[in-house]
Design a binder for this molecule. Structure first.
Ligand code: CA
Length: 481
């Protein structure tokens, strides 16, 4: 059984959030129009200052899915929200009734999904720069993206793998899928069932499941169907027309999940006791209360008609102009840039950790004349004043790093191995030619190794970029001046 500190506080109803809830919205644009409705109400909640939409991704293979999201974001005057596309799978609901028309009729600037960034990269980049345990994931489609995120490797955005990055940055996952408590086949779980199983078996934060039964009778968007004028100006209205939603309104599975993610239980939901959801090879789900694995499911407490009216009221709101939007002030400004002589490079992509005593950060960086410049977009800053406050360095990563100090006629590498034994330390040029063997054998502890810029034969190297391999891993890339 996994233990979650403070989980009961987290799950308690009627929480008044002083700060907007930071969400990443993962959705299957195409198979239903309630995804469009869910994104619409999230935008309206953002206009009220209750949520901040950090990023979103599409979990279908639909080429127009991401740009349809972008069209909705443009309509709500948040055209710059990062959007990612599913990569590597071409047959997961590639067709839909509304995406192609919305994408062509309304303003968007993404184009086809093939040209849209990989959703896993988009999520990793955003997660790397936000404060710890500050993000709520909303997954209202297939589970491919979140499962792939969990299994992602360290990259230019974070030295953490996907599991550790999610553990560090995400506080809660609200997932629309499955049927509870009886179980059965449900759309979001049964497509790509192996990804569903991976998510349910491995997600490291509390997972709140909003099952089929919660939203099926909450009917919304019926008012869009008879308003031809609105369908010309509002992509949400047109999606309900083209889907087509039934005249009594469309089921609101994804709107219900989004409502919970932002407002908690409120007077709309109650929560099951903790249990464990699973799926079989066909994606049919089951629910076991005797096992505790950090899963809970929602029950609809309010009448479906009242919930539907509340959602319809949100979808009828006119988008606020940008200057009136309370969420538009970026709480993690990109102008944060620190210059420091203490630079611990982790890989050739430039991921590094830096510290100047007051601040520290992890992210992509550039080494120039012995100083380390960290790319601002990868820094977690907790205020808007321009002063940076960074997440703490992880000591074990720092210990394994190499410090580079560059002088005019020599370079000093400071290495702090965590294990006793030989240290292979070799300099290569970018063509892969070995330049100098600096290896040594010794105990743990800080060791400084000086290189005078000469090859094994004693000739001076030309100016340029070189690589330092330590124990078969490229630990730093540096410039001989
Ligand atoms: Ca959906």
């Amino acid at each position: 059984m996994r233990l979650f500190t403070g989980v009961f506080l987290l799950l308690a109803g009627s929480i008044l959030f002083a700060e907007p809830v930071n969400v990443i919205f993962d959705s299957d644009f195409g198979p239903d129009c309630d995804d469009v409705g869910a994104l619409a109400i999230l935008h309206v909640m953002a206009d009220k200052g209750d949520v901040r939409i950090l990023a979103m991704g599409n979990s279908t293979s639909n080429q127009d899915g991401p740009s349809t999201m972008d069209a909705v974001n443009h309509y709500y005057k948040r055209p710059d929200i990062p959007i990612g596309a599913l990569k590597g799978i071409s047959d997961l609901w590639p067709n839909a009734n509304y995406t192609s028309q919305l994408s062509s009729q309304f303003e968007q600037d993404l184009g086809k999904a093939d040209g849209v960034p990989d959703v896993v990269k988009v999520y990793r980049k955003v997660l790397a720069r936000v404060p710890d345990t500050s993000v709520t994931f909303i997954t209202v489609g297939f589970k491919v993206n979140v499962a792939n995120l969990l299994q992602s490797e360290p990259d230019e955005f974070s030295p953490l793998n996907g599991m550790d990055l999610v553990k560090k940055k995400v506080k809660l996952h609200v997932d629309m899928g499955g049927k509870f408590p009886g179980g059965g086949l449900e759309h979001n779980f049964l497509w790509a069932p192996e990804h569903t199983k991976y998510l349910l078996g491995n997600w490291p934060t509390p997972l709140i499941l909003c099952g089929f039964e919660v939203g099926v009778d909450i009917r919304t968007g019926g008012f869009f169907l008879s308003d031809a004028q609105l369908q010309q100006t509002n992509p949400v209205a047109l999606s309900y027309k083209l889907w087509p939603a039934p005249s009594e309104g469309n089921s609101s599975y994804d709107l219900a999940a989004s409502q919970y993610a932002v407002y908690g239980l409120g007077d709309m939901f109650t929560l099951s006791e903790e249990g464990c959801a699973d799926v079989d090879a066909n994606g049919a789900n089951s629910w076991t209360t005797s096992k505790k694995c950090g899963h809970w499911y929602l029950n609809l407490k309010m009448s479906a008609s009242k919930a539907g009216s509340l959602f319809d009221d949100l979808m009828k709101e006119t988008p606020l102009p940008p200057e009136q939007k309370p969420d538009m002030l970026n709480p993690w400004p990109e102008q944060c840039l620190i210059e420091t002589s203490s630079c611990y490079l982790l890989d050739t992509a430039g991921a590094c950790q830096v510290s100047d005593g007051a601040c520290s950060a992890t992210g992509a960086c550039i080494v120039k004349e012995g100083l380390c410049y960290i790319a601002s977009t990868d820094v977690a800053c907790s205020n808007t004043s321009g002063a940076c406050s960074f997440t703490a360095i992880q000591p074990q990563l720092r210990q394994q790093g190499v410090k580079v100090t560059n002088f005019s006629n020599k370079i000093i590498f400071t290495y702090n191995p965590t294990e006793v034994g030989p240290v292979d330390m070799v300099i290569y040029d970018l063509q892969g030619n070995m330049i100098k063997d600096l290896g040594y054998s010794g105990t743990t502890g800080t060791r400084q190794i000086t290189w005078n810029g000469r090859t094994e034969r004693g000739t001076t190297v030309s100016k340029g970029i070189y690589l330092l391999l330590v124990n078969s891993k490229i630990l730093t890339k540096f410039r001989w001046m």
